[in-house]
Design a protein around this ligand. Structure first.
Ligand code: HEM
Length: 133
């Protein structure tokens, strides 16, 4: 199985790009007050991409024998992923006011970018690591 590690990582990263792009598209539709923001086709595509992303993530940690709540950078990824999901739901669906929706959308994008920096640095501080060492 380990021989497929590069391919699985490729699928993980591809899904990261697709997931972020689709969320951005839906966020822009929300800003434009489009009725397609939560269209069933976009929601289904989103579930499919995110399920593939997380399945690939589970395969990677199993192959690496590095797990969240053991490795700090993976713990941060999981915790910030939860925050990203909450902010995403507020931005696209549950935000009560326009201001709450827009703020949640921008915050979700920042959290997503931070998770990517944590992944690339293998460091729980991600992009901020260079200022702390
Ligand atoms: C919580 C679920 C997740 C887990 C357990 C997980 C786990 C992993 C693992 C084990 C790797 C391989 C690291 C390596 O080969 O050195 C990886 C790579 C990566 N992950 Fe995730 N991931 C998760 C979610 C995410 C999310 C939501 C994003 C984006 C926001 C993301 C972005 C990345 C990126 C960009 C890489 C490539 C880093 C590099 O350049 O080596 N991951 N992830």
């Amino acid at each position: 199985m380990i021989e497929f590690y590069p391919q699985i990582k490729f699928v993980h990263i591809l899904c990261v790009i697709l997931s972020g792009s689709l969320f951005t598209l839906r966020g822009v539709l929300m800003l434009l007050r489009s009725r397609f923001t939560n269209h069933v086709a976009l929601r289904m595509l989103s579930y499919a991409i995110d399920t593939t992303l997380l399945t690939a993530a589970l395969m990677l940690i199993t192959l690496l024998h590095q797990y969240p709540f053991v490795q700090a950078w993976l713990t941060v990824k999981v915790l910030f992923l939860v925050l990203y999901i909450v902010l995403g739901v507020l931005a696209l669906k549950r935000g009560r006011t326009r201001r709450a929706q827009v703020t949640s959308f921008v915050a979700a994008l920042l959290v997503y970018a931070f998770i990517i920096s944590v992944a690339m640095a293998h460091n729980p501080w991600g992009v901020f690591a260079r200022f702390l060492t």
